[in-house]
Design a protein around this ligand. Structure first.
Ligand SMILES: C[S@@+](CC[C@H](N)C(=O)[O-])C[C@H]1O[C@@H](n2cnc3c(N)ncnc32)[C@H](O)[C@@H]1O
Length: 178
């Protein structure tokens, strides 16, 4: 969506940078080594972290400004990461391709089925984003982008749930595809 790209490009042009999330550093090692996918990767900190840990990383984000920054960072540090500036709904996820899929602070329910198919059996999904409680902190946040209670458990309930936590305005799921 053009408006989303423009909105996020503006934020990244104004200096926004992505950050490393604790649930990544805490749980990434549960995934078998192989190919990892970083969904809505922003400026690529997660992707770079995973590349340093030995994963082959694909990553995408709708913001071409963020992807440019991410590519620059990876090049400077000597890592080859496959960054793509593309809308989540247009990305080609593939089938049983990834050992690890990361989805941080991005929510598009229309890609849930693609995430499920793209994970290898034994592969791990780490999904963390805001839930409905976020409205009490930021009443202007678009509710469409907020998880309801238990939503990730319902969506990935047939996976082995390694960790699930709804605390304050954030929900975290770590799950393994059977
Ligand atoms: C809150 S940021 C999270 C970035 C990163 N995952 C992190 O946790 O630091 C949301 C990201 O989603 C990206 N985004 C928004 N809409 C998108 C879409 N339709 N397809 C792909 N990326 C999108 C934005 O450009 C932004 O980088």
């Amino acid at each position: 969506m053009i408006e989303d790209r423009l909105r996020w490009n503006k934020r990244y042009s104004e200096g926004r940078e992505s950050v490393l999330h604790t649930s990544l550093t805490r749980f990434y090692h549960l995934a078998p080594k192989g190919r990892a996918l970083d969904i809505a990767c922003g400026t690529g900190e997660t992707s770079l972290y995973l590349a340093k840990k030995g994963f082959d990383v694909d990553a995408f984000d709708i913001s071409d400004v963020a992807i440019r920054k991410a590519r620059l960072k990876a090049r400077r540090e000597g890592f080859k990461i496959n960054f793509k500036p593309v809308d989540a709904e247009l990305f080609s996820f593939g089938l049983s391709k990834y050992s690890l899929i990361i989805n941080f602070y991005f929510l598009n329910r229309r890609i849930f089925a693609k995430i499920r198919r793209a994970l290898k059996s034994g592969g791990v999904l780490i999904f963390e984003t805001y839930n409905e409680e976020h409205l009490s902190i930021n009443p202007n946040f678009n509710p469409e982008y907020l998880l309801s209670k238990g939503e990730l458990i319902k969506a990935f309930g047939d996976f082995e749930i390694i960790y699930y936590c709804e605390v304050s305005n954030t929900t975290t799921l770590v799950a393994r595809k059977p």
